[in-house]
Design a protein around this ligand. Structure first.
Ligand code: UD1
Length: 371
């Protein structure tokens, strides 16, 4: 069986790693990794391959940045000949980025089976590009591998037959549990001279927060307010860095400490010993849940509701006063000992193995059916 994995952007890499490892451990499997080049800076891509122990990709389409249409189209054009060359049994796509939907569409139209890892998540917010990518990818994929039970419920409600859905758990948690000890060894809090459990770690990159001056300004003011209570370390995505300057908001940063985009191990090290995390990332909502670190997510909705119902996550509007109040609430709850680490069902470090088992099982079924 030949698996062709597609990754393109930062959050894909930690999802690929456990599936690739499980595939390497399985007999009779050949694997190919295609990087679309959606993310290309060393800090956004190479650093992750290194931290995760991933081999260099077999193919890099080098598509780079652009509008959604440009980027998606370039990925599709670049991917088609690569797919023709490798003729895999499965194309495995991850998460909800433009690379995910672009390659799923190319593969399904060429009659190659598509498996979607992290299927079924829904924010019900169609202004998010990721929501469109999720809906479309799930509709065309042959095998939908869900990280949580709500994923199954969402897919069934959209008319996807149960026979195409497998609840495998969260592959990103496999990576987190595997690499947490190494991340701890880095001791990033000490390196940045901030007290363990005595600082906030921040990331912001969603277009809804950073592509307009009003929400971005409000969030920067809230971060600066927070520096009265504790040091604030803000790992800045290139998109956000550009916007802060474009909107003339640098003066709002005050004592907030800006960091370049961090590698995976550096990020987990800083998250693991923070007092709280403020973010709009999808992955950090999950990682803080597993690590038991309070997380404030600056969004009106989340496609990862188990992080709120079973984890440490709380949604907060991108508003200065609301963020300030939420921080007070979180610090009070934490002082009262209300943040014990939780593990939603099948967030147990074995999801990658379940993905490979599901792929094998579906292939056998398809062959038996004369497919
Ligand atoms: C993409 C994903 C988002 C994911 C995020 C993680 C889509 C639609 N969005 O958003 O779901 O959470 O990645 O980072 O796929 N840039 C660089 N260097 C890079 C990559 C990007 O400087 O290596 C800058 C460019 O100016 C680019 C901008 O960041 O235009 C946005 O990059 P893009 O890949 O379009 O989207 P992200 O905001 O990174």
């Amino acid at each position: 069986m030949v698996l062709l994995h597609v990754v393109g952007a930062r959050p894909n890499f930690m999802k690929l790693a456990p599936v690739l490892l499980a595939g390497q451990a399985a007999a009779g499997l050949r694997q190919v990794v295609v990087h679309t080049g959606q993310h290309y800076d060393a800090a956004m891509s190479d650093a992750f391959f290194r931290d995760l122990g991933l081999p260099a990709p077999d193919e890099n389409l080098g598509v780079g940045s652009g509008t959604h249409a440009e980027q998606t189209a370039r990925i599709m054009l670049g991917f088609e000949p690569v797919l023709d060359r490798h003729r895999p049994d499965w194309v495995v796509v991850y998460g909800d980025v433009n690379s995910t939907v672009a390659c799923a569409l190319v593969a399904v139209k060429k009659g190659v089976r598509v498996a979607h890892v992290e299927a079924g998540l829904r924010s019900r917010d169609r202004t998010m590009p990721e929501e469109i990518n999720r809906i479309l990818t799930d509709q065309v994929a042959d095998l939908l591998l869900t990280p949580s039970r709500d994923g199954d419920t969402n897919l069934l409600a959209e008319g996807i037959p149960a026979s195409r859905i497998r609840f495998v758990g969260n592959v990103m948690v496999d990576t987190l549990l595997r690499l947490r000890p190494r991340a701890r060894e880095l001791g990033m809090a000490a390196r940045h001279a901030v007290p363990e459990r005595g600082y906030a770690f921040v990331t912001l990159h969603r277009p809804s927060n950073v592509d307009a001056a009003a929400p971005l300004g409000a969030l920067l003011e809230a971060l600066n307010d927070l520096t009265d209570r504790m040091p604030v370390l803000f790992a800045v995505h290139p998109r956000t860095r550009r916007r802060i300057t474009e909107f003339g908001l640098d003066h709002l940063l005050g004592r907030v400490r800006l960091l370049e985009p961090l590698g995976y191990l550096e990020t987990i090290s800083l998250v693991d010993s923070a007092a709280l995390v403020l973010t709009d990332s999808g992955g950090l909502q999950e990682e803080t849940t597993v690590l038991g670190i309070p997380c404030l997510t600056a969004r009106p909705n989340t496609e990862r509701p188990v992080t709120v119902t079973e984890g440490t996550n709380r949604l907060v509007p991108s508003d200065r006063a609301a963020v300030g109040q939420a921080i007070t609430d979180v610090l009070t709850a934490m002082a009262a000992g209300h943040f014990a680490p939780r593990q939603p069902e099948r967030w147990d470090g074995r999801a990658g193995e379940r993905v490979v088992s599901a792929l094998r099982e579906m292939s056998i079924k398809a062959q038996a059916g004369g497919d």
